[in-house]
Design a protein around this ligand. Structure first.
Ligand SMILES: [Zn+2]
Length: 332
């Protein structure tokens, strides 16, 4: 079967098609014919490499997989991460804290292939869903769900600001915060992105330059309960400046700058909380998927490209021009 594989870090040209043997399912495993793979910013890090971090190359990329289960003919999506299911963290339901937690396409082979073998317990039903939208949801939806409901535990009436709200996680975070009864404002870089975020239900949208003043005005200078950031750098510090006394900032990425100069006096005087978030638990994925199946949560898909044009998908992600997700469709 055909697969895409990264053997060394570099530009989009390092993702090359190869022929692999057909995967053979073991006990309690199923074969999924891959129809769509959702792209995440993680894919850019895996391709480029991250200083000080070793990815287990060679690697088949692709965390978010939708396809057809060979034995039943059902449309499914695949859990984007694997954990040991035996350690104390896994047994306590915190698979996201498992020391062997690995995201598909990052620490173990992903879905940019004609077929993939996965544990039967790792597929979720996707019949009746648009398969490209389904492929856009698992990683971003789980990240947003865990961050807002598992980590920040937002409450009805809380004022939440989502930075980078037109991104894959951001657009889902806006919807999940609204489902939880929060009041939501959002920051996005272009008028088109801000219009897309308002269409999801955000009360206010601001450009990055007007965000701190906007958040102060929105709360009569009191500050907001929670800010969600994934860019780091200036964006993270702006987020801290928006918080009320006792507020929290949740971060799940550093796509802009990984290091910030934070004034610790602000942190302790205002009794702020910083929450680091990555992915989530099996129970949270099931709950998020329940909201998807009930039609309460939808992916914003910017466009669908043939899987063989994965380099163009990377260019869209690196150019930050996409509104919502970029999805690959099987053509290997
Ligand atoms: Zn474990």
């Amino acid at each position: 079967m055909r697969v895409l594989r990264i053997r060394e870090h570099g530009g989009p040209e390092v993702i090359r098609p190869e022929d692999d043997p057909e995967p053979v399912p073991g006990p309690d495993e199923v074969v999924v014919d891959v129809t769509h793979v959702g792209m995440n910013h993680l894919d850019v890090w895996v391709r480029r490499g991250v200083p000080g971090h070793a990815f287990p190359l060679p690697l088949i990329p692709g965390a978010d997989i939708a396809g057809v289960r060979r034995d039943t003919g059902e449309r499914v999506v695949v859990h984007p991460a694997i954990s040991c299911l035996r350690c104390p963290a896994c047994l306590a339901g915190r698979q996201d804290l498992c020391r062997t937690f690995r995201i598909r396409g990052e620490r173990t082979n992903g879905g940019c292939a004609e077929r993939i073998v996965v544990p039967a317990s790792q597929v979720l039903p996707a019949d009746g869903l648009d398969p490209a939208e389904a492929a856009a949801l698992p990683l971003a939806g789980l990240t947003a769900w865990h961050l807002l409901l598992g980590r920040a535990r937002i409450q009805p009436g809380d004022r939440v600001v989502i930075l980078g709200a037109a991104g894959g996680v951001g657009s889902l975070a806006v919807q999940i915060a609204l489902l939880a009864g929060a009041r939501v404002a959002a920051v996005a870089s272009t008028p088109e992105k801000r219009a897309a975020v308002r269409a999801l239900g955000a009360e206010h949208t601001w450009s990055p330059d007007e965000a701190v003043g906007g958040a102060r005005a929105w709360t009569d200078r009191a500050g907001v309960d929670l800010v969600v950031d994934s860019a780091g750098g200036r964006s993270f510090l702006d987020g801290v400046a928006m918080l009320r006394w006792g507020g929290a900032l949740a971060t799940f990425g550093a796509t802009g700058a990984a290091e910030v100069a934070l004034d610790l006096r602000v942190l302790f005087f205002k009794q702020l909380t910083l929450l680091g978030c990555t992915m989530g638990t099996h129970a949270e994925l099931q709950a998020m998927w329940g909201a998807v199946r009930a039609g309460r949560l939808r992916a914003v898909v910017d466009r669908v490209l043939p899987m063989s044009r994965i380099g163009s998908a990377h260019a869209l992600l690196e150019g930050r021009s996409a509104i919502g997700k970029v999805v690959l469709e099987q053509d290997l």
